[in-house]
Ligand binder design. Sequence first.
Ligand SMILES: NC(=O)c1ccc[n+]([C@@H]2O[C@H](COP(=O)([O-])OP(=O)(O)OC[C@H]3O[C@@H](n4cnc5c(N)ncnc54)[C@H](O)[C@@H]3O)[C@@H](O)[C@H]2O)c1
Ligand SMILES: O=C(O)C[C@H](O)C(=O)O
Length: 333
Amino acid sequence: MTKAVVLGAAGGIGQPLALLLKGNPLVSDLGLFDIVNTPGVAADLSHIATPAKVEGYLPPDDGLKKALAGADIVVIPAGVPRKPGMTRDDLFKINAGIVRDLATGIATTCPKAFILVISNPVNSTVPIVAEVLKSHGVFDPKKLFGVTTLDVVRASTFVSEIHKDLSIAPAVVVPVIGGHSGITIVPLLSQSSHPLPKITAEEHAALIKRIQFGGDEVVKAKDGAGSATLSMAYAGAEFAAKILRAVNGEKGIVAPTYINLIADKAGGDVVKKEIGQELEYFSAPVELGPEGIVKIKSIGKVTEAEQELIKAALPELAVNIETGINFIKAPKL
Ligand SMILES: NC(=O)c1ccc[n+]([C@@H]2O[C@H](COP(=O)([O-])OP(=O)(O)OC[C@H]3O[C@@H](n4cnc5c(N)ncnc54)[C@H](O)[C@@H]3O)[C@@H](O)[C@H]2O)c1
Ligand SMILES: O=C(O)C[C@H](O)C(=O)O
């Protein structure tokens, strides 16, 4: 019996993500919460012939608490998306408060749940969730994840395009480390499961840039109607599926994700040494188990050029992390 909950379930990501979770046979209960439309989304999904029992809640009558009661996994895509010309940091003003309030609900209702944060800016919203949980004395760094899977999915797709063979995309694995915005996204193409064919230095640089700024491509194409939703739902469901499999006892599941490196007994210290900075959060490959992170894995052998990309990511990432932490620890009066 595993209960998954989506907070922001009526949104552009929330609805297709809820659909994909409803199709996951490892989910026995699916709780949906949003400030609008969840009863309709829940009724619609509940007609699908899969095991998960679906319930939708709105804020009145303790809807958040009811949705979260007994949750094993909580996925958070609640909040506003970008429009052209905006950075993810521009979303902080609105999304930080939304994420803080939802995290408070988790801390007081289902503090042992796995928490998967999608709401942007992920580099800052994950520290916000951690600080809220800490303030309630229930923070478990092994169970908090910033979902960076879309960067990994994009890397697989774009590398397979370079190979001129999309049929290999599902098998292409490229570790993507760092954070989830622009230059904080660091694809390690040298570790691609499918080494790149001979391409020019310009093509190589363009590929890295496309992975780092793939979100902008979608924001531009949607022309004011939001950012990636369908690819994000796919990526979020992929990551949630890995967590569900780990919770169900499957061993050896590895995924890159944005995590708290203070989980040092699990190997966070190794990563800090590799990147050369005392960062509290970083996206790295982790091995998952029924209680969360079993091991934060080494980022492995990187080229000199990739080391430069890591170096370039660190200052922005450090500021993003501090902004998130201070939002809870030192709120502006
Ligand atoms: N991590 C990633 O890779 C990634 C990828 C794409 C989008 N995102 C982010 O995901 C977020 C959602 O994007 P979207 O396109 O689904 O937006 P959307 O506007 O379509 O949906 C957001 C939903 O959140 C709901 N919501 C707002 N406040 C809420 C609250 N207090 N409690 C519960 N629900 C609330 C809204 O009613 C809406 O249904 C954005 O911040 C976006 O930037 C992250
Ligand atoms: O680009 C965005 O704002 C949404 C998301 O973070 C993405 O990478 O597509």
